[in-house]
Design a protein around this ligand. Structure first.
Ligand SMILES: [Zn+2]
Length: 347
């Protein structure tokens, strides 16, 4: 079957791979849609970052690897010992493959697993007509839920979890720094979950306009945000950019007792004013990935009742053959124009 395979930096090829067969405990899924993530683009530009060059301890896989971890499709085959899934079921999956036996997995904190692997990076992923995943990470979608939206649950649930980690309460004032695909999901989810006021900080005008369409106030420069919040500080800020300057802004904008959630992946260390955090009882909170059993149902419900506009998150649909030219290259050279590019499989 056809697949997009990572061979090295700037070297992703469409090639043929054997049609996978589900191992015991796995489900085989005929992929309908698979989204492209910022992580995928980083691996394309300057990988391997998360792609293993030695066999991964949990999956045994290393490069070259089939990419793609934000997908939905239909169950095509069920491996031995799998219960709860049947051929024909519409499904998506959490990309976080976990061991199931470490003390974090046993506690139900699978995103903190000691030997975490990620689909499409440390295991063959879903830029392919078929993918096999452990049934423990597969998630059944409602029958009437569009598969195209199912492919958005993995990235958008990162934002839902970030808001849960930040203990968002109804009526709070929220600042989201960065209007990329994750940040825009956080904006929508924060409003849907009852935030009274959401402010998006984003330099790109098109993205500010989209944030406003979702119901946020949108501001460009950090100085404007500081001025706007001088008398009415934020209860919760989410840094979806993770530059030293955005971390500082996120903490500065908080009032006493406020919480900052670190959502973006930082590539350089930040500096924080520890006295400000101590004196004003501010909190810094990390968030990573998602727990599909907790975060997917909330998101499915919000999208299902129209509180979150999933369709507005997608900026382009492409075929697998065009994944490099119209996908990876577009995200690399024209990132500001795109939120989510979806690849159609199985055609
Ligand atoms: Zn584990």
């Amino acid at each position: 079957v056809k697949a997009a395979i990572w061979h090295g930096p700037m070297d992703i090829r469409i090639g043929d791979v054997p049609e996978p067969s589900p191992a015991p405990g796995e489900v085989k899924i005929r992929v309908a849609w698979c989204g492209m993530s910022g992580t995928d683009v980083h691996e394309y530009e300057s990988g391997p970052i998360l792609i293993p060059t030695e066999p991964h301890p949990l999956t045994g896989q290393s490069a070259p690897v089939v990419m793609g971890h934000e997908f939905a499709g239909v169950v095509a085959e069920v491996g031995a010992g799998v219960t709860g899934f049947a051929v024909g079921d519409p499904v998506t999956a959490n990309s976080l493959i976990h061991c199931g036996i470490c003390r974090f997995c046993v506690r139900g904190q699978q995103n903190r697993c000691s030997s975490l692997a990620i689909l499409g990076l440390s295991a063959d992923g879903a830029f392919a007509d078929y993918v096999c995943v452990p049934a423990t990470i597969a998630y059944k979608l409602p029958e009437d839920f569009p598969l195209e939206w199912g492919a958005l649950l993995e990235p958008m649930s990162t934002g839902v979890r970030a808001l849960r980690r930040g203990r968002l309460a109804a009526g709070e004032r929220v600042v989201v720094i960065g209007g990329g695909p994750i940040g825009m999901g956080v904006v929508q989810a924060a409003l849907a979950l009852g935030a009274a006021d959401v402010i998006l900080v984003e330099p790109v005008e098109q993205r500010r306009a989209l944030g406003q369409r979702f119901g946020a106030r949108a501001l460009d420069a950090a100085d404007d945000v500081r001025a706007a919040l001088a008398d009415t500080p934020a209860d919760l800020t989410l840094d979806c950019v993770a530059l030293p300057s955005t971390l500082r802004l996120a903490i500065d904008l908080l009032g006493p007792g406020g919480r900052t959630v670190l959502v973006g992946v930082a590539i350089e260390p930040g500096q924080i004013d520890v006295t400000d955090i101590m004196l004003h009882e501010k909190e810094l909170i990390g968030t990573a990935g998602r727990l599909h059993r907790e975060d997917f149902p909330a998101l499915v419900a919000l999208i299902g009742r129209g509180a979150i506009d999933a369709a507005a998150m997608v900026t382009r649909h492409i075929a697998l053959d065009d994944v490099v030219a119209l996908g990876f290259e577009a995200m690399r050279t024209d990132r500001e124009r795109h939120l989510k590019i979806l690849v159609e499989l199985g055609r």
